[in-house]
Design a protein around this ligand. Structure first.
Ligand SMILES: O=C(O)CCC(=O)C(=O)O
Ligand SMILES: [Fe+2]
Length: 197
């Protein structure tokens, strides 16, 4: 099934719940647990540094530097298992992804707070392709100025969400904690990092 446009005014979202079939998603998840150098990133929140509540890894071409939550990241090289995925995304979306932020949520206590992926290196209208593996988690969006514009989406195993156009400029998004017993989840956000102008 192709990507379906999701109706949320002021956003540009496309979704395919089964971008990867189950067996391929299983294999990719297992490979990434092994191949990625998982770390606890430090993030700055309200001027103070904290351990982020998840495992992360910044991956990309050598020149794709990135500042994230006030910290400068040098990318790790691409793990073998991500090569074909990146190729397929570039072909299907026509976007030259040169980096990916990988996040691993060990259980329902791991989460990501409200933010936009609006760093200067991403440009004003970034295309961000978000591939999810493992446990289904809720992904929430809310408009920066218009409280009535919000949405939530269950991101399951093998699903692909593409955020583009004005989505980052207009919306914040989050991956909230949950008290439901949930298994491990990996999310990959493919990005295009430009020079820091
Ligand atoms: O885990 C997710 O689905 C969201 C990840 C995210 O927002 C990010 O990496 O910027
Ligand atoms: Fe994000």
């Amino acid at each position: 099934m192709p990507l379906q446009r999701l109706p949320l005014e002021d956003a540009e979202l496309a979704f395919d719940p089964n971008w990867l079939e189950r067996a391929a998603a299983d294999a990719l998840q297992a490979a990434l647990v092994e191949e990625i150098r998982w770390e606890v990133h430090r993030i700055r929140l309200f001027g103070r540094e904290h351990d982020s509540p998840r495992l992360s890894s910044w991956i990309g071409d050598a020149d794709a530097h990135y500042r994230y939550s006030g910290v400068d990241f040098r990318p790790y090289p691409w793990p073998e298992a991500l090569g074909p995925i990146r190729e397929r995304l570039m072909r299907e979306l026509g976007v030259g992804f040169n980096s990916v932020l990988a996040n691993r949520y060990r259980d329902g206590r791991d989460a990501m707070g409200w933010h936009s992926d609006d760093e200067r290196e991403l440009g004003p209208r970034p295309v961000i392709a978000s591939l999810s593996l493992g446990a289904t988690r809720r992904f929430a969006l809310k408009h920066r100025r218009r409280a009535e514009l919000k949405g939530a989406l269950e991101l399951g195993h093998g699903s692909l969400l593409v955020m583009s156009g004005p989505t980052q400029a207009n919306f914040r998004h989050a991956l909230p904690r949950t008290v439901r017993p949930v298994g491990e989840r990996i999310n990959l956000t493919f990005r295009v990092i430009g020079p820091r102008g």
